[in-house]
Design a protein around this ligand. Structure first.
Ligand SMILES: [Fe+2]
Length: 279
């Protein structure tokens, strides 16, 4: 088997060519090849793979430990992403994925952010619903030496409320109370990974920079996000049924382009759990 990795964007993303669904489980070298390519490219696209849920979970287990919390789907390890509340009773929270984010910055417990996320398109939106990705490793690499020093001293409070306010600007008291039950988390702005690489911890969950006046804090976070997600830094994936995309949640932020609540779009997600804290 010859796997070819073809770059899709100049800053993030590559297509994996030459691997079939069956080879994901029968060829021992695939997991290592995928993990290396993921580290190098941040996002990997497998077109026309047509993964079934069981194979998706089994393949993810070759990459790491899989999140098996209930996911509105009969197969353990699969979480159904849909705005249709008959398919996912927590669908209202998913609208926050229309803003840039890292998965798992405000967990209910002390879980680390997930290592990787795998999405397979079961049904696609008739309009919208593309997923966009930007590299937070690249965002760090693009900083000036002075910025690296200054930002390296800053810590940021992340909250579910900040994530949700982006899409629900006028919450009911009940919504607000539910958001505030989730504990906030304080993370450094720059994440130094076990690998030695550094990335910026950005996205909708960033509430404020500790110790800065509110306006300065917001302006700084917005400016960093804008630079990280400049159009020439983004890979935008337009889904076809049967596509599978994997991204490195440690060094990539992502968002979904808005799509209507009645959209048929349905993604099957598997999460490979993280092994390192943001530090
Ligand atoms: Fe997400």
């Amino acid at each position: 088997m010859t796997i070819t990795i073809e770059k899709l964007g100049q800053a993030v993303g590559a297509q994996v060519i030459g691997v079939t669904r069956d080879q994901l489980l029968t060829d021992d070298s695939v997991a290592e090849t995928v993990m290396t390519a993921l580290e190098d490219n941040g996002v990997l696209v497998f077109r026309d793979l047509h993964l079934d849920p069981e194979t998706q979970v089994a393949f993810c287990r070759t990459l790491g430990q899989v999140d098996i919390s209930p996911g509105h789907h009969p197969v353990e390890g699969i979480y159904r992403v849909s705005l249709d509340t008959t398919k996912n009773s927590s669908a209202s929270y998913l609208r926050a994925t229309f803003d840039w984010h890292i998965d798992g910055c405000t967990p209910e417990d002390d879980a680390y952010p997930q290592m990787a996320t795998v999405l397979t398109a079961k049904a696609v939106a008739t309009s919208g619903g593309e997923t966009e990705f930007a590299s937070t490793y690249r965002a760090y690499d693009d900083l000036s030496p002075a910025e690296r020093t200054y930002l390296g001293s800053l810590r940021v409070v992340h909250s579910l409320e900040a994530s949700q306010r982006g899409v629900t600007t006028d919450p009911t008291p009940e919504q607000l109370a539910a958001w505030r039950r989730r504990p906030t988390k304080e993370h450094p702005l720059i994440w130094t990974h076990k690998s030695g690489r550094r990335s910026l911890v950005l996205g909708a969950s960033t509430d404020y920079v500790v110790g800065l006046p509110a306006e300065e804090s917001r302006a700084l976070l917005d400016d960093l996000l804008r630079r990280c997600t400049a159009p020439d830094r983004v890979y935008r994936h337009t889904w076809s049924v049967g596509d599978t995309v994997i991204w490195d949640n440690r060094g990539v932020i992502h968002r979904a382009a808005p799509y209507p609540a009645g959209s048929p779009r349905e993604m099957l997600r598997t999460t490979v759990l993280g092994e390192e804290p943001i530090e």
